[in-house]
Design a protein around this ligand. Structure first.
Ligand SMILES: *[C@@H]1O[C@H](CO)[C@@H](O)[C@H](O)[C@H]1NC(C)=O
Ligand SMILES: *[C@@H]1O[C@H](CO)[C@@H](O)[C@H](O)[C@H]1NC(C)=O
Length: 203
């Protein structure tokens, strides 16, 4: 018991040390304190964050929505009774996804990222999804950066457009739009491959 206490007290010391180190090295603590009258905000010149010219990028990749088989990347998490099974549009359904994004349309093509998030059937009268996704990139200069998409996806339309509402890493301050076009859809399994063209301003 005593030994256990001794171990847990040294663990505690270690934890305290780690936490205080983390705090003293955190970028927030390191940044200058705001000097405005409210004590928590300040005006910055964009040069402070080394923001130069805004860039426009076009990304094209293929989104693999795999709902069938032993390793689905899109799983239904909610199907609201009784609406979902009475509604021809699946209204009330929610799915969580971690879909691979590849450079080419084949599933074996190079992985460039993953689409992680939620889509749900948000339309009573047609098939319209609410998409709330992060594209998490793993390739090249975009590795580790993300883009956030929030929009309406009328999946039966040939082209659907969704706003890109932000991003992280190289995509800080991102804004733009994504266009989705279904390339293949297997009505038997429900699996789909969707081409995405993303146009985004970022620094
Ligand atoms: C809809 O689903 C609920 C829950 O599974 C079930 O109780 C109900 O009978 C279903 N209704 C129809 C019309 O299939
Ligand atoms: C992407 O970044 C991760 C983490 O830093 C690294 O492990 C991985 O090798 C990188 N991938 C590529 C393709 O550069």
């Amino acid at each position: 018991m005593a030994k256990f206490l001794q171990i847990s007290s040294s663990l505690l010391t270690l934890l305290v040390l780690l936490t205080s180190t983390a705090i003293s090295f955190s970028p927030i603590a390191a940044a200058a304190k705001p000097k405005s009258h409210d004590g928590f905000s300040r005006r910055l010149s964009p040069a402070t964050l080394r923001l130069k010219k805004e860039k426009l990028s076009h990304l094209r990749f293929y989104f693999h929505d795999i709902v069938s088989g032993p390793n689905p990347t899109a799983v239904q998490i909610v199907r609201a009774p009784p609406t979902a099974n009475l509604s021809s549009t699946g209204f009330g359904m929610l799915a969580m996804i971690d879909d691979p994004l590849t450079a080419g349309p084949k599933p074996t093509s190079k992985l460039v990222g993953r689409a992680q998030g939620i889509y749900g059937s948000a339309s009573l009268n047609d098939v319209g999804l609410l998409m709330a996704l992060n594209f998490a990139f793993v390739e090249g200069k975009f590795n580790g950066s993300t883009l956030s998409v929030m929009g309406r996806n009328a999946v039966m339309s040939p082209v659907r457009e969704m706003p890109v509402i932000g991003g992280s890493g190289v995509f800080r301050f991102a804004r733009g739009y994504a266009q989705a076009r279904t390339r293949t859809f297997n009505p038997r399994t429900g699996d789909a491959v969707v081409e995405y063209n993303v146009y985004v301003f970022h620094y």
